[in-house]
Design a protein around this ligand. Structure first.
Ligand code: F6P
Length: 321
């Protein structure tokens, strides 16, 4: 193996830069040429790539986002698009691809290996923590800490005004951001895509809380919960007669300097990716199991079904009383 490429695709996540840095610098250390592909699969189809050196990844460890930029690309999803991407990689003499991204990015990368027998390695980069084969995804820790900080601030003002505040967080299919931040932030209620909550009961609990001296409440709603934030706010307002406010954190929680955990894990993923490639081991998804960074079979990793963290969900309810 002489020349590899690294790219980021799908939604960015804090720590992606740390992973890129590790792939580039450790790759060079091991005698590889490392190319950086801009804007994910879109940039690959455009042939938008350049050779990287140690200095091209300087001063990025502490930065959120991704220096390689990212994109969502429809053309690549087609059989012809994937074939064209493969052709371009061959034309540039790139012998393996390291892709840092979430579930969709991994599915896309798997197609290169399945359809064209092309060597790939995936690194789990997503704030959603929705890849069940690994105990951690790059960016989740930072995002949850950002949400936690927001909850702390919102709690101050909610308490000052005796209000209920609904904080909307990311997570279309996976409620982990809501669950972790809700448990650590002392939220009264958490609404996640995996569980339907009886809103009538929720309002009843707010009223009971008020009667027992609880003056304010925090509801965390993951964006994938089937009832919209605005509708929940109106429902709770009408049923409890309380003042209810809405805070949508949106992209605030996806940016920012990566936490210690994310920097370390991302770095370890980058090192592992290069190590595997140098050992001639391909088609792996890097993940964390029992504190160890390991390479899983990519297709098998994507088949692992997520298990809802029911214990955390119940704990939030018990502790909020
Ligand atoms: O990165 C994952 C995620 O943050 C989801 O939680 C969210 O729904 C989505 O990406 C939104 O990303 P975009 O608007 O960039 O497509």
């Amino acid at each position: 193996m002489r020349r590899i490429a690294v790219m980021t695709s799908g939604g960015d996540s804090p720590g992606m830069n740390a992973a890129i840095r590790a792939v580039v610098r450790f790759g060079i250390e091991r005698g590889l040429e490392v190319y950086g592909i801009e804007r994910g699969f879109q940039g690959l189809l455009d042939g938008d790539m350049h050779k990287m050196d140690r200095r091209s990844v300087g001063d990025i460890l502490q930065r959120g986002g991704t220096i390689l930029k990212t994109a969502r690309c429809k053309e690549y999803q087609t059989i012809e698009g994937t074939a064209r991407a493969h052709q371009i990689l061959e034309t540039f003499g790139i012998e393996a691809l390291v892709n840092i991204g979430g579930e969709g990015s991994m599915q896309g990368t798997l197609r290169l290996s399945r359809n064209h027998n092309y060597p790939v390695i995936c690194i789990p980069g997503t704030i959603d923590n929705d890849l069940a084969y690994t105990e951690m995804t790059i960016g989740f820790d930072t995002a949850v800490n950002t949400v936690l900080d927001a909850i702390t601030r919102v709690r101050d003002t909610s308490s000052a005004h005796d209000r209920t505040t609904l904080i909307e967080v990311m997570g279309r299919h996976c409620g982990d951001i809501a669950l972790y931040s809700g448990l650590a932030g002392g939220a009264e209620f958490v609404l996640v895509p995996e569980r339907e909550e009886n809103l009538k009961d929720l309002c009843q609990k707010i009223i009971e809380g008020k009667n027992s001296g609880k003056q304010h409440s925090i509801i965390i709603r993951a964006e994938g919960y089937p009832v919209s934030s605005q509708d929940v706010v109106e429902y709770v307002r009408n049923r409890t007669g309380q003042e209810v406010r809405l805070v949508v954190l949106s992209y605030l929680q996806r940016g920012g300097s990566p936490s210690l955990r994310d920097r370390i894990f991302a770095t370890e993923c980058g090192l592992k990716a290069v190590e595997l490639l140098c050992d001639g081991i391909y088609n792996k998804a890097i993940g964390l199991v029992g504190g160890e960074v390991v390479g899983f079979d990519l297709a098998e990793a994507l088949d692992v079904q997520p298990e809802f963290k029911a214990d955390m969900y119940e704990a939030i309810k018990i502790l909020a009383k």
